[in-house]
Design a binder for this molecule. Structure first.
Ligand code: MSP
Length: 513
């Protein structure tokens, strides 16, 4: 079985500071990367910044800065955010790097060689904010101004010489591909959207611009720069050293396992990117997953709407793991989700502090007092104990399958339900009333500790720092976190010392003024 896993986030525009939407894509990608790693996969996890095009050029002009200098500054804030979010990305790519430029120009040459590029003229609408061309029927006029219907961004008229990619030629092969690979685009609603877009007919795509210079030059015609989306999408292979398709990284990790993206950039990833790859005779990524939007006050966050939630402010106030947990739990994966500080506080108090944190504290305090601070050695599982322990053992493959379908909701529900059951189990078993039956008392404590261990393993991809802290109870370190060990009911060794740990999550008072 292929034990390599390659996941990517979109590469972000460094036109403004990162916001919660960017943090969301990255945190979710990190979840999958960490899960796969603890399940024995060799993981390549790529993120980065998308630095060319008119949008960036104009943003730099507005600040009165040299474009590259401007990109250097903002790209750094994204790189720093990766650290702040505790991402385990293995690479961070910038499209202004030499390795990327080489790769994009090689792909261009390949498309040209295969007769998929021709020179003509583009006359039509363009949105700088989306870096997208729009057809007449995708535009609406409000108060004399033209907007793209799908994104509400303003469009401007472009009339210039341009190279075109023969996208129309790939309409049928793409539809065949979607049919043959039913999980290529997920969730289902997004797949249907893409199929109906392609079925409506694909027009050839303008893939160069002449009226500005901030981009990668077209080989053999320096008057043109390559369209920023052809440039940006190539990052997924330039990070694997394309055009060298014989090198270890490329051979190991291409095709990518998942391109995780927001639904706003589905067309680029599910139509244009596969068409470019088909035209270049390169394998297609295994999956494009388009997640929903994080909404703030029921609207998509954007600079122009002024409703941006700053991840750094939230992290400073509540900590990173609560934010990671909250985003993963609260936003039903694949759909849009509204977030608020009030719900974040509820989540910290009920799930993290009450359910998980409290369970860890209670059982360790009890064991320290009643089991000489050691993992009980003599135990004898009964049905009540096995019922809850078996839940893990019996569901390992199901959990793996769900992860491969990106069913994050299943994963988090499994954890929450098990936490409830375990708290209930500990209460119902009343180990404090079993002081005359040490074997039973020991077995209840062992079972509960074993579940704390298992849940901490499962929580690791979501709240890594807190999971590592909780595992200090057993002196288990990060390297020992293995998903397959959830099968084992007797992982904890009798007589090993139990350590008291600090409170994992502090409860937060709500401020109602
Ligand atoms: N540069 C392009 C992507 C190129 S990928 C080859 C781009 N950048 S972006 O910075 O505008 O946004 C990138 C991604 O950030 C979105 O696709 C989405 O994954 C995420 N989000 C941005 N705003 C978002 C929300 N409000 N909610 C959730 N995610 C959103 O597009």
């Amino acid at each position: 079985m292929d034990k390599n896993f390659y996941i990517t986030t979109p590469i972000y525009y460094p036109s403004a500071k990162p916001h919660m939407g960017h943090a969301y894509s990255s945190i979710v990608a990190d979840f999958f990367a960490r899960f796969k790693r603890i399940d024995g996969f060799d993981v390549n996890f790529l993120t980065g910044t998308d630095e060319h095009g008119l949008k960036i050029q104009r943003a730099a002009e507005k600040e009165g800065l040299d474009t590259l200098k401007f990109c250097n500054e903002i790209s750094k804030t994204f790189r720093d955010l990766s650290k702040t979010l505790n991402l385990t990305n293995t690479d961070f790519i910038r499209t202004t790097e030499g390795r990327h430029k080489k790769s994009v120009q090689s792909l261009w040459n390949e498309l040209k060689k295969n007769d998929d590029i021709y020179l003509s003229k583009y006359s039509g609408w363009y949105s700088v904010s989306d870096e997208a061309f729009y057809a007449e029927d995708e535009i609406e006029e409000i108060n004399g101004k033209k907007f793209a219907k799908s994104s509400n961004s303003t469009v401007e008229w472009v009339d210039e010489e341009s190279y075109f990619f023969k996208l129309s030629k790939w309409e049928k092969p793409l539809l065949d591909y979607y049919k043959k690979n039913p999980n290529f685009i997920l969730p289902l609603s997004r797949k249907n959207e893409v199929i109906s877009f392609v079925k409506n007919g694909l027009k050839d795509l303008s893939i160069s611009r002449k009226s500005f210079s901030w981009g990668i030059p077209v080989p053999d015609n320096k008057d043109h720069v390559i369209y920023v989306w052809l440039d940006a999408l190539t990052n997924y292979i330039s990070a694997l050293n394309y055009p060298d398709t014989k090198n270890k990284m490329y051979k190991k990790f291409w095709p990518a396992s998942v391109h995780l993206i927001g639904k706003d950039i589905l067309r680029f990833h599910a139509v244009y990117w596969p068409a470019f790859l088909l035209a270049a005779n390169l394998p297609l990524p295994k999956k494009i997953y388009g997640h929903g939007w994080i909404l703030s006050g029921e609207e998509k966050m954007s600079k122009s709407k002024g409703n941006i939630l700053d991840p750094l402010e939230i992290i400073n106030q509540y900590g990173l793991d609560p934010l990671r947990y909250y985003l993963i739990k609260e936003v039903s994966f694949g759909n849009d989700g509204n977030i608020s500080q009030e719900r974040l506080i509820d989540c910290i108090n009920s799930d993290l502090a009450n359910n998980f944190g409290n369970l860890c504290q209670r059982v360790t305090a009890f064991a320290i007092k009643n089991c000489e601070g050691k993992i009980p050695k003599k135990i004898n599982f009964q049905n009540d104990d096995l019922k809850i322990l078996d839940k893990f053992k019996n569901n390992l493959d199901l959990i793996r399958d769900k992860i491969d379908e990106q069913d994050l909701n299943f994963y988090i529900d499994f954890i929450i339900n098990t936490l409830f059951e375990t708290n209930k189990y500990f209460n119902d078993q009343e180990p404090w009333n079993k002081k005359n039956d040490i074997l039973r008392l020991n077995t209840i404590v062992y079972t509960t500790l074993e579940i704390v261990r298992k849940i901490s393993f499962m929580l690791y991809p979501i709240i890594p720092e807190s999971s590592i802290k909780a595992l200090k109870i057993f002196s288990i370190n990060e390297d020992s976190i293995k998903f397959s060990s959830l099968e084992n009911h007797n992982y904890l060794k009798g007589n090993d010392k139990i350590k008291k740990i600090d409170i994992l999550f502090k409860k937060i008072e709500k401020n109602y003024d």
